[in-house]
Design a protein around this ligand. Structure first.
Ligand SMILES: [Zn+2]
Ligand SMILES: [Zn+2]
Length: 396
């Protein structure tokens, strides 16, 4: 199956999201996005709806190939505009269904979008010759524009509707310039008008935002003199965000952070859905707090954890819950400094300690053995059992 070449065609703009490019292609050819989808993908016209944009995930190679043929663009370039291109940097591979770490969920019900899963920099939209949505604006780890330093918007400033590009041509016979990314699909308000009211990020938080985006681009980060693969770094950062964003687990830690000037605010939802579903203001606070903690890793983190009397079990709860291994850069300080679990010697260690005491002191007392094994108790049934069995072996 091959696709007919489009009369008007152009490649995606730098870091452009696939669905944004597709909508711009459709409008440049005088078509609605869904009719172009129907024509290229042979009947599959629901590719931009259905909970999450199927096309943006990038797992449908056949659809991407048809699009590459229709636009005379290399398949590699088309794939690079999908979220799937973050594989190996942000996750090992992208799932075809369900939630994906760091991707803000979008949800369509009855043709209406109900989740604020797409963000935009109002100033970028205003300055673009052809306004378009960036691929990284779908990620929860981006809360601000690295060029303009302002908080991203995730809703229309006029009607508060979620941002969506493919609905811009609904109800219009021929797509108009007002159908582009710059205009709200629901009330046609100019999104660029929100630029002046968008908060300017604190310089330290903005530096951390730039660092996160650089890490995603180059695939590694240097933390406390140790080079860490981006995949492992973002895995740990997400656990840290989940911990900070769950007051039931981190209330004292959050209070200590607030005293340092990093209030994390309220978590209004009754049911916790992860930091990925948080609105941009809440994620901005997480970004600032985690940036401050990581700027002097692990000292600040351990000081706050000690002050808040937080155990390793609480800190690593979110890795255990999700059955995900904690990356070493996060696990090491938590385990080495905050692990309060009782030391349990192996049977061989008890036997060796027993023989050592017999050799050095000529006798073995239960209490001395526990002390030698660095246990927190003077009496252990396990130690007693091993002593009894060894003594009975030694007795004639
Ligand atoms: Zn911008
Ligand atoms: Zn609106």
């Amino acid at each position: 199956m091959t696709a007919r070449v489009l009369p008007v065609r152009f490649p995606p703009l730098p870091d452009e999201l696939l669905s944004s490019w597709f909508v711009r292609l459709a409008h440049a050819n005088g078509e609605k996005s869904h009719s172009l989808g129907f024509r290229i993908f042979r009947g599959e016209c629901n590719f931009l709806r259905g909970g999450d944009q199927k096309l943006d995930r990038g797992h449908d190679v056949q659809a991407l190939t048809l699009l590459a043929q229709a636009t005379k663009t290399s398949l590699q370039r088309v794939k690079a505009s999908t979220l799937g291109a973050y594989a190996g940097y942000l996750w090992d591979e992208i799932s075809t269904r369900g939630v994906r770490r760091w991707v803000m969920p979008v949800l369509d019900r009855g043709g209406e979008r109900t989740r604020h899963g797409l963000q935009a920099c109002a100033e970028c939209l205003r300055d673009d010759a052809a306004p378009y949505f960036r691929r990284s604006w779908r990620l929860a780890l981006q809360v601000a524009c690295p060029f303009h330093g302002r908080l991203l918007i995730d809703h229309c400033p006029e009607c508060n509707a979620p941002l969506v590009m493919h609905r811009g041509d609904v109800g219009i016979f021929t797509p108009q310039p007002e159908s582009s990314a710059r205009w709200c699909s629901y009330c046609r308000a100019d999104l660029a008008g929100a630029a002046a009211s968008c908060e300017i990020l604190d310089i330290d938080a903005l530096d951390f935002q730039v660092l996160l985006l650089d890490t995603l681009r180059r695939g590694w980060i240097n933390i406390a003199g140790r080079v860490i693969h981006s995949l492992l770094f973002f895995e740990g950062l997400r656990m840290l965000w989940a911990f900070l964003d769950a007051p039931a687990w981190s209330a004292d830690f959050r209070r200590c952070l607030e005293l340092q000037g990093f209030p994390l605010g309220e978590v209004p939802r009754k049911r916790y859905g992860g930091a990925d579903v948080q609105r941009s203001e809440a994620r901005c606070r997480l970004l600032a707090a985690s940036g401050w903690l990581l700027a002097d890793w692990p000292s600040r983190f351990l000081n706050i954890a000690s002050e808040a009397n937080v155990s390793s079990n609480r800190l690593l709860h979110f890795s255990l819950k999700g059955q995900v291994m904690t990356p070493f850069w996060l696990w090491e300080p938590v385990h080495m400094r905050l692990d309060r679990s009782m030391y349990v010697p192996s049977e061989q260690e008890i036997v060796n300690a027993f023989h050592y005491l017999v050799r050095v002191e000529g006798k073995t007392r239960h209490r001395d053995l526990c002390y030698l094994l660095n246990m927190r108790t003077n009496h252990s049934p396990r130690v007693a059992m091993v002593i009894d069995s060894l003594k009975s072996e030694c007795s004639p």
